[in-house]
Design a protein around this ligand. Structure first.
Ligand SMILES: [Zn+2]
Length: 165
């Protein structure tokens, strides 16, 4: 096989809520009211709502970041299908200008619905910022530095977007 032009990045995004997943060794950090939602029907309905929300936010942020030239979709993945220590990711093909953003599946979230949506939006913006800087020439910067920059930019963008008027 020829080397693939596909680039995949796994991200430890959603830092503000990271303790809600993964770190099961710290049960004293919040385990919020997710269990209120018990019926499967409701879960399915929320899954559809979440997908619609993500498609909507993707369109908004793709435009804001001037990435309209890309064909981008967002899909959910189970935590077990992501690389260790990551909570989201993006896969792109520069030659085709196509990308898929990977967002944690609702069933792996342990957050109230509204906070889950906020977190999904954060993942989408974070991964779009990665895509935005993907065209820069690679310097000495390590993955860690890129991750730090992407997280800072994402926080700033979302902070502005969510600021109460
Ligand atoms: Zn990242």
């Amino acid at each position: 096989m020829a080397p693939s032009r596909n680039v995949t990045i796994g991200c430890l995004v959603a830092l503000s809520f990271a303790s809600a997943f993964a770190q099961t060794t710290r049960p004293e950090t919040q385990l919020p009211a997710a269990q209120e939602v018990s019926s499967l029907a409701k879960a399915a309905e929320q899954g559809q709502l979440a997908q619609r929300f993500m498609d909507d936010r993707l369109a908004v942020w793709q435009q804001r970041l001037k990435l309209e030239g890309w064909r981008i979709s967002v899909t959910t993945v189970r935590l077990s299908d992501l690389p260790p220590e990551t909570l989201g990711g993006i896969r792109w093909d520069k030659s085709k200008k196509s990308a898929v953003i990977l967002v944690l599946d609702p069933s792996d979230y342990r957050l109230p619905f509204r906070e889950m949506l906020d977190d999904m939006e954060l993942t989408i913006v974070h991964e779009l910022v990665h895509l935005d800087i993907a065209s820069l020439p690679r310097g000495q910067a390590s993955r860690g530095s890129e991750e730090h920059a992407v997280s800072g930019i994402t926080d700033a963008l979302l902070g502005l977007a969510r600021k109460k008027p």
